[in-house]
Design a protein around this ligand. Structure first.
Ligand code: ATP
Ligand code: MG
Length: 413
């Protein structure tokens, strides 16, 4: 029997847009890892009436509801009271939980008195099971509401993560459908609607697998989920053919991780030469553990002078073609490889905007240079005036895709 799960993010600061609800996404991901799939995520403010309604509705619809936030000691922290009302029970003071709150406080500030309002944090709906919080002052709790298992957890992300690992993960792993398996395929360069059309027949509801497409930073991820691994693999194989040349890689890891793993596998050392991305490519690659085995150096050569001095780009080349040109991109890549002794190099030069564009080279014009063992290739592309932030992000992804392709070619078939 698959369990229906909902997440409730609680807090005025969330519905007013002052902070982003990152807890729900984190929880949904953690739940997926124990085989539980989230049916709905709701965000609700601190008002008691709204809270009781949201909580009651979620518990009526679902088998498991997890709420975060609203467990603090202040008047506007109303999760405890709302849960009690939804369950139709009173709030009751729990001496053991109070001692735990006191212990956490003494750990923080031994000499200071505990404010009386903190006693609220030891009041729970009658029948609740208190979930100890060693990482902050607000204990969580579990309570049966309308036949549903309701969990209340703190809003502070660090505390939420620790509480999940200590209490919920061990409990929920048993109720999750551990046999639910997923496979992800990642494509770049294909419009989402087009891919959606190509995969429409796999996406209808009610079959043995579910197929979804998510777009992020210009990368499309197709995820196939099902109970039977062989069926999931069969569907993934058909989808692989439909994605065709747009397919970049498969698996649950990031593009940067994929590139680094392939570099390590092929034993190809790498150098980077970045202009408009200012080191973002290096930052993304160096987030991956193990990169030190292959990455030798990254140059951020923003000015023409730095391109000449640090990479040995011919000043005449810059003069003739301009810094944003395939000729200069090629010279930057070759220079980075030569200066570091790396077998492979990638360079990026482009116009990130908002200024600096011309009719001939508008904002969003990017030039990439790649070299492997002295053989070079260059690419010029126009990503459009996406805004500086997004444009630089897309540029890094574009560079990673090209680098990935080049490294794949160096691997024995
Ligand atoms: P505390 O005992 O610290 O008051 P709490 O359970 O009352 O815990 P909140 O007061 O609702 O939690 O939130 C505390 C902080 O946690 C917020 O200021 C916010 O920074 C963060 N937070 C709360 N909810 C979320 C969320 N859904 N996503 C990300 N961060 C959140
Ligand atoms: Mg609070």
């Amino acid at each position: 029997m698959t369990q229906r799960v909902e997440i409730l993010a609680i807090g005025d600061e969330l519905v007013h847009g002052r902070i982003r609800d990152t807890n729900s996404a984190w929880l949904a991901n953690a739940l997926a890892l124990v085989g539980l799939e989230v049916a709905r995520i709701s965000v609700v403010g601190d008002g008691e009436a709204e809270l009781v309604a949201a909580l009651t509705g979620a518990c009526e619809r679902s088998d498991i509801v997890i709420a975060t936030g609203g467990l603090g000691p202040t008047e506007d922290d109303r999760t405890r009271r709302a849960a009690a009302r939804a369950a139709g029970v009173e709030l009751a003071f729990d001496e053991a939980a109070w001692q735990q709150v006191l212990a956490v406080f003494r750990g923080y500030a031994p000499q200071r008195d505990v404010p009386p309002s903190n006693r609220r944090q030891a009041e729970f709906p009658r029948g609740a099971r208190v979930l100890r919080n060693r990482w902050g002052s607000a204990p969580g709790f579990a309570l049966t509401i309308k036949g549903c298992t309701f969990y209340a957890l703190p809003g502070v992300p660090r505390e939420l993560w620790a509480m999940w690992a200590a209490h919920l993960e061990p409990e929920l792993a048993a109720s999750g459908d551990a046999s639910l398996r997923g496979h992800s395929l990642h494509a770049v360069g294909c419009p989402e609607a087009l891919l959606g059309e190509a995969l429409a027949e796999f996406m209808s509801e009610g079959g043995p697998t579910r197929v979804g497409i998510t777009a992020s930073g210009g990368q499309l991820t197709v995820r196939v989920v099902g109970a039977e691994w062989s069926v999931v693999q069969g569907v993934a194989a058909s989808i692989r053919l439909r994605i065709g040349e747009f397919l970049v890689y498969e698996g649950d890891h990031s593009l940067a991780e994929e590139v680094v793993h392939k570099l390590i596998e092929s034993g190809v050392t790498l150098a980077l030469a970045e202009s408009c991305t200012g080191g973002l490519l290096a930052a993304e690659l160096t987030e991956v553990p193990g990169i030190s085995a292959v990455l030798l150096a990254g140059f951020v050569t923003y000015s023409d002078a730095a391109k000449v001095r640090d990479l040995g780009v011919d000043a005449a080349l810059l003069e003739t073609h301009g810094a944003v040109s395939v000729e200069v991109a090629e010279a930057m890549a070759l220079g980075a490889a030569r200066r570091t002794g790396a077998r492979a190099a990638v360079s990026i030069t482009g116009i990130a905007g908002p200024g600096g564009g011309t009719a001939e080279k508008p904002v969003g014009t990017l030039c990439f240079g790649l070299c492997l063992d002295g053989l070079t290739e260059t690419v010029e592309c126009r990503l459009g005036n996406l805004g500086r932030g997004l444009l630089r992000q897309r540029t890094v992804r574009e560079a990673l895709v090209r680098l990935h392709r080049m490294v794949l070619r160096s691997l024995p078939k």
